[in-house]
Write a protein that binds this ligand. Structure first.
Ligand SMILES: NC(=O)c1ccc[n+]([C@@H]2O[C@H](COP(=O)([O-])OP(=O)(O)OC[C@H]3O[C@@H](n4cnc5c(N)ncnc54)[C@H](O)[C@@H]3O)[C@@H](O)[C@H]2O)c1
Length: 319
């Protein structure tokens, strides 16, 4: 099987590629990335150790390049991680989010149709459902209405709807997964957890938006990779699967936990002006993937956050 993994040098893409290349030694993986994220260049150092992963630099919004690549490589499946992901940047500069996240998705799916690629999987996010009040017990499922709050989430929701339309109109064998907040090795230092670890290491102040009471549901990145593997091989075509970490924590809790593990002081925390439209709490249930594909998490937050801190402490020098 030959798989195209777009955005494969990014945080989740790198972890997914390492997981898959160890598990499926006879598969070939093409990692396509434009390396627009600084840390993705460092991730290439790790990916090049795997013989069944080949890296190609390129942009998913370059239609001519994508068509040439598909014509030459004859992929069996495409998994699209490539996206602009920084919510703050999407508030300042929404257009690039529409270009990469929506048009880029269309260009990849058009190429799948043109060059008869059998499977297309779209990596999406719980942010497409929008937020809930902090004390709400509600959890969104795959049938819930999409109410994205910021241009990033809106562009991801648009790509999901487009993908479903390609299934219905053209019969493209599409699946979609919507996971909660990932943590683990190989993430860019824009993320709350790597930034906190880095700033603790260098005794620098740790910025927290507003009161820090916004809640996110944290999933260890390899539990996400395991879920995508299952959906790719056994998921029902035309379906959406939520992937929840079932591990909700306030941002303040997460930061204080890292400070404590790293033996630093809470006075490193600096509260900064909240972002406009900042989502309060994301909450989804993933009963569908648990019941239909027997997926469940195997990593706990308390253990995996320690492993994650150790990984960054060891590898910070590379960043
Ligand atoms: N990080 C999370 O917590 C999280 C949660 C749910 C869903 N997601 C989704 O997972 C996917 C990956 O996110 P991530 O956190 O690994 O982000 P990331 O920024 O680390 O990875 C994205 C990668 O895509 C590449 N890229 C960007 N634009 C591109 C383009 N036009 N052509 C080719 N490559 C391009 C970047 O260089 C980067 O390596 C995204 O689709 C995101 O929406 C992320």
């Amino acid at each position: 099987m030959k798989l195209l993994v777009t955005g494969g040098a990014g945080f989740i893409g790198t972890n997914f590629l390492i997981y898959m290349s160890n598990k499926y030694l006879n598969y070939k993986f093409i990692c396509l990335d434009n390396l627009s994220v600084k840390e993705s260049n460092n991730n290439l150092e790790y990916l090049k150790k795997y013989k069944n992963i080949q890296f190609i630099k390129g942009d998913i919004t370059n239609e001519e390049f994508i068509n040439d690549l598909f014509k030459k490589e004859k992929f069996d499946a495409v998994i699209n991680f490539a996206a602009e992901v920084a919510v703050d940047y999407s508030i300042e500069n929404p257009n690039i989010f529409l270009k990469t996240n929506v048009l880029g998705t269309a260009i990849l799916m058009n190429a799948c149709l043109k060059y008869k690629v059998d499977r297309y999987h779209q990596i999406s996010t719980d942010e497409v459902y929008g937020d809930l009040p902090i004390n709400s017990k509600k959890k969104y499922d795959e049938t819930s209405v999409l109410r994205p709050s910021n241009p990033y989430a809106a562009s991801k929701a648009a790509a999901d709807i487009l993908a479903l339309s390609y299934y219905r109109t053209y019969g493209l064998k599409v699946t979609i997964s919507r996971s909660t907040n990932n943590y683990g090795p190989h993430q860019s230092f824009r993320g709350l957890i790597p930034l906190t670890i880095k700033n603790c290491t260098y005794n620098k102040s740790i910025p927290i938006f507003g009161t820090g009471n916004n809640i996110r549901d944290w999933i260890y990145v390899l539990d996400h990779a395991r879920a995508i593997d299952l959906i790719l091989h056994n998921g029902k075509i035309g379906q959406i699967y939520n992937i929840s970490g079932n591990s909700k924590r306030t941002n303040l809790y997460v930061v204080k936990k890292i400070i404590k593990i790293m033996n630093k002081d809470n006075n490193l925390i600096t509260y900064v002006k909240d972002r406009p439209g900042h989502d309060l709490m994301y909450s989804i249930n993933s009963k569908k993937i648990e019941n239909e594909l027997s997926w469940n998490r195997i990593y706990t937050f308390d253990k995996s956050i320690i492993y994650t801190i150790k990984w960054y402490e060891k590898n910070l020098i590379l960043k």
